[in-house]
Design a binder for this molecule. Structure first.
Ligand SMILES: [Zn+2]
Length: 164
């Protein structure tokens, strides 16, 4: 069993911008290991630290081939093209909806050692990057949906939480 449970929306920690990571070391490494365990258990392709209740600017991003990497203090430098993609979230289990995103993004982030990296991505990787970075800004994908749909998801999550 993973050490950390995934926070279910709606929740304050998911709707609060996370704090920048300033310490790189064993504690950060440990958090990454815990987040990976939670992501794997839930069969996810990405996870943000605030989804396990830790308000830090850190997320894991899964690649198409099943490997993954961490993004620390990420920023989106460029965005281009528009797409609508079917999107879901570990914090809103089993709910999927078409969500507007950019087709391509260029991001800058630190790795677990604190070194800055730059990455240009498109397709699914661009999608996951946008979803996770948005989590770190305190935004859940349901924000992009109609109030009606969001209300429906809210009701379903209330039921989900009550049976858990
Ligand atoms: Zn999510």
């Amino acid at each position: 069993m993973p050490k950390r449970d995934i926070v279910i929306w709606p929740s304050k920690v998911l709707e609060t911008p996370t704090r920048p990571v300033t310490e790189f070391g064993p504690q950060l490494e440990e958090l990454i290991v815990d987040m990976h365990a939670a992501m794997k258990e839930a069969d996810g392709i990405g996870i943000a630290a605030n989804q396990v209740g830790v308000s830090l600017r850190l997320a894991l991003v899964g690649r198409q081939d099943g490997t993954w990497f961490e993004i620390v203090n990420p920023q989106v430098l460029e965005r281009s093209g528009k797409v609508e993609l079917r999107e879901g979230c570990l914090s809103v289990p089993d709910q999927f909806e078409q969500t507007p995103r950019f087709a391509k993004v260029k991001v800058r982030y630190q790795d677990r050692a604190g070194a800055w990296q730059e990455l240009e991505a498109e397709g699914r990787l661009a999608h996951v990057l946008q979803h996770e970075i948005e989590h770190l800004d305190g935004t859940v994908f349901v924000t992009h949906l109609s109030p009606l749909k969001r209300g429906l998801f809210r009701e379903r999550m209330k039921k989900y939480k009550s049976v858990k």
